[in-house]
Design a protein. Structure first.
Length: 163
């Protein structure tokens, strides 16, 4: 089964419950979706192995761990050829402060979402990511002044378990 697998109503219900709280015991999930605990366990294993469930992680609150700055960086490259972007992509993948990175359309090539403790850390981060890379044409920064919503939850069709 691959990422383009067909999911039935039970799978969707299980995914909605796990997305809301992935520590929900399988017996509770089984009760809520009207399956046996063994069936739920098999389905969760299949969803993990197929890549539908990409990871089981704890979502930390940045302020609680001393990382109050959320920063959006738009990066424009000189050349988008793979050979020219290998170093940039490797640095992005290795940098823990980079929470998300998207290749985008429009006037910029990449959009990064990063977290930092303060502006000094942010400046050091930009130096590490962009400083010596001649393929970086420019980058622009926007700093979040507040957070209305922070989530990686995806909409689940027909789910009443969503936030």
């Amino acid at each position: 089964m691959g990422l383009h697998t067909t999911l039935d109503d039970f799978d969707w219900a299980i995914l909605a419950l796990l997305q809301a709280d992935n520590l929900t015991p399988q017996r509770e999930i089984a009760e809520q979706v009207n399956l046996s605990p063994a069936a739920v366990q098999r389905r969760i294993k299949r969803l993990q192995e197929s890549g539908v469930i990409a990871a089981n992680t704890a979502q930390l609150h940045p302020d609680a761990i001393g990382r109050p700055l959320t920063i959006f960086i738009e990066v424009q490259l000189v050349n988008e050829l793979d050979a020219m972007t290998t170093g940039f992509r490797a640095r992005i993948l290795q940098e823990a402060a980079v929470q998300q990175c998207y290749m985008v359309t429009g006037q910029t090539d990449y959009l990064l979402i990063v977290t930092a403790t303060d502006m000094q850390e942010y400046q050091a981060l930009t130096q590490r990511l962009f400083g010596d890379d001649q393929n970086i044409q420019r980058f622009t920064t926007s700093i979040a002044l507040g957070t209305l919503k922070r989530s990686l939850h995806l909409p689940i069709p027909g789910s009443s378990y969503q936030k």
